[in-house]
Ligand binder design. Structure first.
Ligand SMILES: [Mg+2]
Length: 362
């Protein structure tokens, strides 16, 4: 893979520019500042190099990892970068951060219906903190192993904490879920629960307070999202379009509407019922009014659920895909031929509330 340019503040490298190691990770840590502690090679060896059997389609270990998709398959590739202060808080548990860094990437594969194969990791660290590295790599590999997704390369350098992962998956040619396939009359569905991560963020920002049990649930949803890989694969040939929810349901649905050249009507209260915290038996039941719940659900962000569309005739098939992947699926709207996005209440009356995400496609 191409290495990103070194940050302007990075100290000059000494000695060999890179130390190549067998599994494809290359290290660009300047060795001298850490000479009395852990060197670059040791860091990779200890935290990111593992004795696992490399799977067949992947050749590993030289200057590049070599990926050969099986006959009839297409490679699906996506990158996501997490920057401290923008995408995560400096106080986050490193194991959870390792999980999330990979989860947000796997979520993109899920949105395409692709099966994870491998990933690369580019990591900038301000200093070598072994406790942090141990936690980060533990969280990272726990999720990687759960999805049979192998680390095949990457880079490390000194710099402001920054984590960039590129994932590779495969999907039978012509079956990937796209944003452009939604058709007028299709149902709009959402997986799992939405809005909880936004509630956690509001607590961290000091704008809300929650009982301890509710906060822990919200925080887990924000810090440890579950990428819907199995559901995405199960929806091949059933869903007409899909996107994963990173910036907020309405904003991400807007990408589908734009690519498919259609409009939509979304039932705000049906979406609000997808907030785990606010469910009847949830730990924050009754704490937020309808307007607040609609906002959390529709413009919350950081959900990493799938928003997808499917023909009305496929309702039973969508529900079967949800059961097969052990993932809740909820119908919360429909695709319209008329452009634009309409948010309505349970009676079909327009909701006058303004949602952040409207700005993206007003
Ligand atoms: Mg995405």
């Amino acid at each position: 893979m191409a290495r990103p340019p070194a940050p302007a503040t990075a100290p000059a490298r000494r000695g060999p520019a890179h130390t190549r190691v067998r599994h494809g990770l290359s290290a660009s840590f300047p060795s001298r500042p850490y000479a009395h502690r852990m060197g670059e090679f040791d860091l990779i060896q200890r935290y990111f190099m593992r004795n696992v059997a490399t799977r067949v389609p992947l050749g590993v270990g030289d200057d590049c990892a070599l990926l050969a998709p099986a006959p009839g398959m297409q490679l699906a590739v996506s990158s996501d970068m997490l920057v401290e202060g923008r995408h995560f808080l400096s106080t986050v548990d490193p194991a959870r951060l390792g999980h999330k860094a990979l989860a947000v990437n796997l979520s993109d594969l899920a949105a395409c219906g692709a099966k994870p194969l491998a990933f690369t990791l580019a990591l900038a660290l301000p200093a070598v903190d072994e406790d942090w590295l141990a936690g980060f790599s533990r969280g990272l590999f726990a999720l990687a192993d759960a999805h049979d997704c192998e680390l095949v390369g990457g880079d490390t350098t000194r710099g402001p904490l920054n984590i960039c992962i590129t994932v590779f998956g495969d999907v039978p040619a012509g079956t990937a879920l796209l944003r452009s396939g939604a058709r007028a009359g299709d149902d709009i569905w959402v997986s799992g629960t939405i809005g909880d991560a936004r509630i956690a963020l509001e607590v961290f920002r000091g704008r809300l307070s929650l009982p301890a049990e509710a906060f822990e649930l919200a925080r887990a949803r924000m810090e440890q999202p579950a990428p819907r890989v199995a559901l995405g694969m199960a929806l091949r040939g059933i869903a007409s379009s899909a996107v994963d929810i990173s910036d907020g349901f309405l904003g991400d649905l807007g990408h589908v509407l734009g690519a498919s050249r259609v409009g939509a009507t979304v039932e705000a209260d049906a979406a609000a019922r997808c907030i785990a915290l606010c469910a009847e038996d949830g730990p924050a039941a009754g704490l937020f009014d309808a307007q607040a719940q609609r906002g959390f659900a529709l413009s919350g962000g950081d959900d990493y659920e799938l928003a997808f569309t499917a023909p009305v005739s496929a309702r039973a098939a969508v529900e079967a895909a949800g059961r097969a992947s052990d993932t809740a699926v909820t119908r919360i709207g429909r695709i319209d031929a008329e452009p634009g996005l309409r948010v309505v209440d349970a009676r079909g009356a327009p909701v006058s509330q303004r949602f952040d995400s409207f700005d993206h496609f007003a």
